[in-house]
Design a protein around this ligand. Sequence first.
Ligand SMILES: Nc1ncnc2c1ncn2[C@@H]1O[C@H](COP(=O)(O)OP(=O)(O)OP(=O)(O)O)[C@@H](O)[C@H]1O
Length: 601
Amino acid sequence: MQFAEFAARASEMEAEPADLATAALVRDLFRESGDELDTVARFVQGRVFPAWDSTTLDIGPRLLREAVARAAGPNVTADDVEERLAEEGEIGAVAAGYDFGGQRGLAAFGGGDGGGGDGLTVREVDGTLRELAAATGSGSEDRKLSALFGLFNRASPEEAKFLARLVLSEMRIGVGEGTVRDAIAEAFLVREADGPEDGEEEDEDGDEDDGPLTRAAADHLAAVERALQVSNDYGMVAVTAREEGLEGLEAVRLEVGRPVQAMLAQAGTATDALEEWGEAAVERKFDGARVQLHADGEAGGKSDGDDISVSVFSRNMDDVTDALPEIAEFAAEHVDAPVILDGEVVAVDDDGSPLPFQEVLRRFRRKHDVDRMREEVRLELHAFDCLHADGEDLLDAPVTERHARLAEILPEDAVSDLLVSNDEGEIAAFEEGSLAAGHEGIMLKNPDSTYSPGDRGKNWLKRKPDVETVDLVVTGAEWGEGRRANHLGTFLLSARTDEGSDGQGNGDGYATIGKVATGITDEELAELSELLEPEIVAEDGQTVELNPSVVFEVGYEEIQRSPTYSSGYALRFPRFVAVREDKAAADADSLERIERLVESQ
Ligand SMILES: Nc1ncnc2c1ncn2[C@@H]1O[C@H](COP(=O)(O)OP(=O)(O)OP(=O)(O)O)[C@@H](O)[C@H]1O
């Protein structure tokens, strides 16, 4: 498929306000994507790699601006691009405003169709971006720049628009995960289930989708959803649906080495839990960072441990194996068959008492000096779930069975204690013991519930007595003054507003709610500046606008209604607690949660 064709379809999606009609456009695109279906299914979501793969292009807005400037011709500088960005508000529109094709190079000799002359293909764009992601070490920035320049130089304005957005992983075409899921089902499954559809073309206004789904259609949608949950690979699932239908989708299994999304919790109490389920599976809530352990070994047989290879993934499915060698070593030592385990890594002091979770995050971030850090911050694994053991997927097994499998795999002190009880008093005593031991609180789980990846449902409740903090996205900042002049000093915080819509953070997905400047040491300020500077999208005097990517945990005294910020709320006495390295912008707290917090004040 020509990239120009893909860009034209993306433009149609961008112009289409109705979700159903957008899904129909995606469906049609998928049906016509041929060999490039897997890539197209990722591109529509602004992804080059599958969701489980933590490889990134590692191209910040600054590098992209430079590439755009270079392709736009000798008279255009990165500063000019930045200026236009301040006017247009987003890089796709800026890129579409330059006439790359006519400038120079191959395109000038190609067909005279405004720059798409020597036809970029979807495959070629994908290949180049993948190569560019693999570039590391000295000179890699230059190589990235020239590879990007090469792409833009051959792009028409429409192609440039979506290329720029793809590079920043933000397509802004209203296509979220749900849309892609529906489009896969509709493109390759639902039609069969609903019987032959002669007048398909006439149905394109989306009317056909208005009625309730037929049973078969609902089952097909569920099969796609399930395959996606298990694999986190939209490209592979689309191709499987097309090539192997329902049966193929049902055969998609967990794979050791391919992380799945973590199951999440809501806040709740023992009373809530017992009312709902009759009894609860209660565990300590460890105050650390979530990890998923994948150990590969000989299925079915006890190996001697030498041929076990272990990967450790963070809550965002980033590979953190190298930063946490002792966790991988621990697993390699104890595991002798393929497993996928879920748990929490906690930092402990010399007596084994838990330290605040910020200490763990210092380890997660670490790329250099891992050995020294290993001495400084001791880590312990507390595993609480088992998703796969020895060739068997356990997602559909109940909590109690999964826990029992876990207890067979790891030594007792690495496995969370589990109390199954219907007695509030007994649960309260367990909670007290948990807090006395320095843990954060307790987790209450529905003993019969299955493991639903990525779901913040009602089957896991968390209970912690501490004052609430909120996790907010940093969307802006101000340069400091005096001795802090070289650092970003005051940070603008936003809550997510996209919950339930396209889930992608597209468009105006964030609403401001306050600024934080206190609670930050000089050393932290320097680190924060380093972290945030590459995310600067626009600057105006002291103020900078940031690409929403870094999440702060922030304490506060109260949340008030306020016209100052776009959320309609303001944090009173906000205090920086930590960077939530384990969270992406999409995991930050939503405005809906803020509203709930306001109600409960
Ligand atoms: N026994 C346990 N079972 C499940 N999760 C646990 C347990 N102990 C600690 N946790 C941690 O608690 C989290 C559950 O809360 P939630 O899903 O809301 O994540 P979160 O947003 O990181 O919350 P928090 O900031 O409260 O840790 C899990 O992600 C996990 O990191």
